[in-house]
Design a protein around this ligand. Structure first.
Ligand code: PLP
Length: 401
């Protein structure tokens, strides 16, 4: 008999499991609104034109090699990534007090940050929003941090529970780490306003709480890279410390290339240098060094003003299509006279709408309409198209009627 005979079958990942179920369904009208990946109006995955161009440049570059990158990744990529999130004029970058390492997309960058904090930071508790991306509690628990939640979403308003958020952060122990979604909060699509961000910043700085930004959707939410980085830049502008994990999965469509970055903003270049030396000790035994291809694509685009501009146009096109899906779904429900207030579909930001549908309603929609989504009622607007909106509206209408 097998030495592994007693191993239990693990459940499917709650998000990736939606796609597994979708793939098994033979229905021609099935729609997958589960996974957080962009689809075109035709329902197809999209490789950005600018990415194809960058890849051509890389292929034709005779000096292109497949050697190992340094432990911290492609230096040029790291510099450009820090500029992208903190702004090209950021004093923190100019003063050389940002330690940036290339990471395995957003997930890997969060994990390296978590491991670093568990090893070197005095308050090993991280507060994450309730609810949040399902991988957050797992990443930080396995990093060695104690995970606690702060109130974030108010089901009654389908908006921000700002009072609860402030209360929970006020009672966090001094120095506690706070995970903040830089923009386009997943799964709720609910972001603080700039005024609310400012209040959060003041509270956190007065209590010495350490901000850890997860930026998985820069440019993808509003269509503007600068607008979507405003929250992060507010915290850097006050001169204090913070961490930021960046992902190029959504905004460059580089999902499977696993390209991202972790930056730690410090108060001096001397500290940043020591922080970077310790990040290397975290990375080396985990995966030795990061992959070269995706980071080379990103660096090629970010350093060339023509390609960069082309990227911003394609990025805005993706963001605009998602925003237009919000409008179309809202209009389709209004037309049907579907009971309830659906204005949150228009108000929420980014890839997802947190519909407010409960797990029974979701199960009904999957069974009767072949619509696949996570049981918390989250739908990926990027997976919708003008063709599938009426079908989804019919399903929601039937589910709530
Ligand atoms: N953080 C959030 C909030 C996300 O939604 C995602 C992806 O869905 C990620 C991080 C990380 O994604 P990746 O590791 O593919 O960059």
């Amino acid at each position: 008999s097998s030495v592994f005979a007693n191993i239990l079958q693990a459940p499917d990942d709650s998000i990736l499991g939606v796609t597994v179920a979708y793939n098994k369904d033979p229905s021609p009208v099935k729609v997958n609104l589960g996974v957080g990946a962009y689809r075109t109006e035709e329902g197809k995955p999209l490789v950005l034109n600018v990415v194809r161009k960058a890849e051509q440049l890389l292929v034709n570059n005779p000096s292109g090699v497949k050697e190992y990158l340094p432990i911290t990744g492609l230096a040029e990529f790291n510099k450009l990534s820090a500029k992208l999130i903190f702004g090209s004029e950021s004093p923190a970058i100019r003063e050389n007090r940002v330690a940036t390492v290339q990471g395995l997309s957003g997930t890997g960058s969060l994990r390296v940050g978590g491991e670093f904090l568990a090893k070197h930071y005095f308050e090993r508790t991280i507060y994450i929003p309730q609810p949040t991306w399902g991988n957050h509690p797992k990443i930080f628990t396995l990093s060695g941090l104690a995970v606690k939640y702060y109130r974030y979403y108010d089901p009654a308003t389908r908006g921000l529970n700002f009072h609860g958020l402030l209360e929970d952060l006020s009672s966090a122990p001094p120095g506690a780490i706070v995970l903040l979604h830089a923009c386009a909060h997943n799964p709720t699509g609910v972001d603080p306003t700039l005024e609310q961000w400012e209040q959060i910043r003041q509270l956190m700085r007065s209590k010495g709480l350490l901000p850890f930004f997860d930026s998985a959707y820069q440019g993808f939410a509003s269509g503007s890279l600068d607008v979507d980085a405003q929250s992060v830049r507010m915290f850097v502008a006050d001169g204090g410390e913070c961490l930021a994990a960046q992902s190029y999965a959504k905004n460059m469509g580089l999902y499977g290339e696993r390209v991202g970055a972790l930056s730690i903003v410090c108060k001096s270049s001397d500290v940043a240098g020591r922080v970077e030396s310790q990040l290397k000790l975290v990375i080396r035994p985990m995966y030795s060094n990061p992959p070269i291809h995706g980071a080379s694509i990103v660096a090629t685009i970010l350093k060339n003003s023509e390609l960069y501009n082309e990227w911003t146009v394609e990025l805005k096109m993706m963001a605009d299509r998602i925003i237009s899906m919000r409008r179309q779904l809202f209009d389709a429900l209004s037309k049907r006279g579907t009971p309830g207030d659906w204005s949150h579909i228009l108000k929420q930001i980014g890839m997802f709408t947190f519909t407010g549908l409960n797990s029974d309603q979701v199960a009904f929609m999957t069974k009767e309409f072949h619509i696949y989504m996570t049981s918390d009622g989250r739908i990926s607007m990027a997976g919708l198209s003008s063709r599938t909106v009426p079908h989804l509206a019919d399903a929601i209408h039937a589910a709530v009627a």
